[in-house]
Design a protein around this ligand. Structure first.
Ligand SMILES: [Zn+2]
Length: 66
């Protein structure tokens, strides 16, 4: 599961959560501080910064639902 970055719209807290995209889309990721469901998913932090965490991700999504 990928790690997503969120920002709570209620209290403004930023946090990271390990969740599936389905859970994220369904809004099942509450704020750990105020437990509000109004959280915004932040984009991947590529721009703005100095150090880059060396990491390799390999996606192999072959699902045939329909
Ligand atoms: Zn909050």
């Amino acid at each position: 599961m990928p790690m997503y970055e969120f920002k709570c719209a209620a209290c403004g807290m930023e946090f990271e959560e390990l969740a599936s995209l389905a859970e994220v889309e369904a809004g099942k990721v509450p704020c750990p501080d105020c437990e509000s469901k109004k959280v915004e998913r932040l984009m991947s932090t590529f721009a703005g910064g100095g150090d880059t965490p060396g990491g390799g991700e390999s996606n192999c999504g072959h699902t045939g639902f329909g």
